[in-house]
Structures are given as structure tokens and as C-alpha cells.
Unconditional design. Sequence first.
Length: 315
Amino acid sequence: MTDDFTNLTGVPVDLAVTLFQRAESAGFRIPARMSAGGSCRLLATADGWAAVNLARPDDHAALPALFGLLGTVQTTLETAAFRITATELADAAQQLGIAAAVLGSAHGDRVPVRAQRHGPPQPRGFKGLRVVNLSALWAGPLCARLLGLAGAQVTTVESTTRPDGARFGHPDFYRRLHEGHESLVLDFSSGALAEVIADADVVVEASRPRAMRRLGVRAEQFLAARPGRVWVSITGYGRDDDRIAFGDDAAVAGGLTGQDRYGDPVFLGDALADPLTGLYAAHAVARSLRQGGGELLSVSMAACAAAQQRAPVAC
């Protein structure tokens, strides 16, 4: 995949640097059953393993409710998990909006990228290409970064009420992802978002489709309005699945884990599904543009991790 992206764009990709640059910047330790970033943990259950990712303050606040759903009180996640199945744990966490996944549950679930044509094709290159990035954290911004290196003009748009969480991480990592990009902060509820993307050729976003529709933005209308456009939709499990995901738990869903000396799973790296998804998304955009665009590219983080687990040399 990286070689094909380079052939399409002229942009070389160092896979090792791309996958591990955040860990290097932040000085993360090698993960085991706690993720490198410290928010996600692999938990032994009654019938296997699951990952639960307490990535946000609200996730920690929801723990009492999670224990209530699991029928336990005043305990730890490790103790609660061991009494139930992996599916029961992941389902209960997802019910409360906590990212969680059963190890290997995304195997064979779907292809990493699904393309649907909604607009007329018109092949074009990257020179003068206008990319609007509405995503945050890692996967979407990496996709936009690679498109920018190929010659596109990238504008990153943030909400006034929900700034990019990566801003609160290591500054060098954030700078690398967004260097050379225009930055725009908007009140999304004002209706201005539709105006911002009106002149775009490519949109990169990582929101549920209904969230975009509430803001007056529809991917299908964007694609139909002008030939050759591309819309990239990055989600945990696909646009038809409301489960949330972050890089570590999505990697677990895809089975992209290592093993300790006892054969039990450990995290293989730092939120690996994030950079893998960014690579898959950028490659899909490059191929779509070459073929004329007009496509909605639905990119599943868990499916990207699963595909890489099945063929780790293919990237």
C-alpha cells in the first residue's frame, strides 16, 4: 500500500516512522496490557479478552454505571471482566459510549475501505487540490498530512466547543501532523461549515453521518455538486455502525496484538489502528482521484487493523 501511494503521489512513506512517531515524540514506554498512552487496557474475561478504553474524563465518570450494568459494585475493571464474557463487557461499555472491543472481533467483518460513487468522475492531480480536514487526533489528520505532502492545499477546521484533543498531547507530534496547513476555528452550529466545504475538492472527517447531517452537511450532496470530488469518512467500524473506537481498541478489534511469554495478548504498539487508517485513507483518496473521484470512501479503523493483521507485509 505505501509503495502504491508513493507511485501515485511521489510521496515516500517511512512505515516505521509513521506508525511509531507519536510514541517516540512522547517518550511512551513499550506497552503490555496497558496501552502506551495509558488509557486502554486489555482485560481477561470468562471466555477471552477485550479492550476497554477510558480515553476521556466522561469515560471514567461512567465507570459506576458500567459496573451497574455488569451487576457488580465497588470493584475493579479487571475483577468485573473476569466474571463475564468478552462480548458482554464490550457491549455494556459501548452502551455507555465507552470505546471497547472483543479481541479479533473485526476479522473478516468488512474491507478496510468501501467506495461508493455519488458524483460524476473527473480525473485530476494534486496540484491546486483543496482539502478540508474536519477530523481530529491522528488518523484523519495523517491522511490530510499525506495529501498535503502530495501538493494539496489543506485547511484544518476545528469546532470552538471541541478542539482537537491532540493539541493537549506532545506539541512536536501535533506540529508534524499539521505543519503547513491553514487552521480555522468555527462555531459549527452557526451553519458556517457548509460554506467552508463549498469550495473543497476533498473532505476528510471522522464523525457519525447523522452528526454531519445535523450540521447541514451531506456527503452525497457534496459529491454530486461537482465532478471529481472525494469524501473520506473515517469511523471505528463503518458508517452503518454507531460503535465508537480509538486507535488502541480498534487495533484489538482487528486482532492486531502481540503475545507475552505466556501466549496472552499485549498491545503491539501505540494506537496502531490510527496511523494505519490514515495510510489506508490517503491511499484510497489517491487512487480515487486517479480514477476520477466522485466517491464516498468509508474507512473502518477496525477493518484496517484486521487487514494489516492478516497481511502484515502488505502495507
